[in-house]
Design a protein around this ligand. Sequence first.
Ligand code: S3P
Length: 436
Amino acid sequence: MGTLDWRIRPSPPLSGQCQVPGDKSISHRALLFLALSQQGGRVTGLLESEDCLRTLAALRRLGASIDQLGPGDYQLAGWPDQGLVSPDEPLDMGNSGTGMRLLTGVLAGAGISATLSGDASLCRRPMGRVVNPLRMMGAAISADEGKPPLNIGAHPGLHGIDYVLPVASAQVKSALMLAGLFAEGETRLTEPGPSRDHSERMLNGLGAQVDVVSGRLVVQPGRPRGGDVAVPGDLSSAAFALAAAAARPGAQLRVEAVGVNPTRYGILRLLERMGARLQIENRREIGGEPVADINVEGAVLKAIRVGAEDVVLAVDEIPALLIAAAQAEGRTEIHGATELRVKESDRLAAMAEGLERLGLAVTTREDGLSVVGGRIQPAVVRSWGDHRIAMSLAMLAASAEAGEGVVIEDVANVATSFPEFPAHCRALGMNLEQSG
Ligand code: S3P
């Protein structure tokens, strides 16, 4: 069976106005947090991508009552009177690391036995970072070599721990916070760096008690009351077009109603450091999250040096940043980015290969890579089955000045976060054809 591919022909600079679909991280959390809440609530603007629909399906299999009211609009009834039920078949979380890690926290907390599995990419990803601290809390979980499938068993009850996370990870932090809601005593978490804080914001908004005390996150036991959640546009999805427009003179782009949470907007600061002409306006709040409209005007950008302190605030946007780096003057260096090797693909290796095939000079190191900006050449490139690699290479391909275009192979995984991406690209003037 052939793969789904794109052919991108040289295209004019991006031009137009758009909105991006709902934030993936916030969508997963809205479903999980409302399902475990006492009274439930309604979520609007939910991202209906494959990853989030896996979380939704898993919750239904566990006995959560979720009714669809319209596109992206769902009513959740909250924790069932009889509690969640143990499923007799493994729950397939597909490609979703967030879905698997956060749901593990909920199931371990509630003491529900279940097996969580996923696709080949998810089954290669490290789960010890979630499983080990959950075991310290009293959970019964087994995982061969720390990889999925995860077998979660019943246990007499969890207790809070005081734990220092080995990596800055919102997924690990959130899984432990969720387990902490069901534990006896406080759960105290210290992170080595500032990962995204959507869980803290949403849990507090729904009535749970999560505070920062002397630099530590302190979770009080007790399930949240519930309430309504509105999901803002996903900055990680907007990042591809924002970076592409910023790096190409003549481009004019406006993205409306996109999340600009400071623990997520590292990409905007990095583009600004490269000389990008960004204007962030109409700042407002949606569901406890800062939101804004972003205007960008294309310019010739300059290379920068990106360090570990930048990567943590743009952990999913380094491939998008490389769209700009590949067109900037000079050598952009990325350091402190080893976490990218354990995402949906090894993103350092995948981007290095793609950039090289497109004609750019790339050097790789264990913790990062460097690329010298230059001209994009026609080529056949691989996505490595990773949505963010496919979308980054597509944006870069569009800025080739001449030639018969670039083929990007195996792009089906884009449906995990941004199913409308091809239509979004065409609306902004890109010449993108899909085949296979
Ligand atoms: C996410 C956290 C990040 C990010 C992922 C989504 C989340 O992972 O890469 O795409 O929703 O919590 P880590 O927290 O493991 O770095």
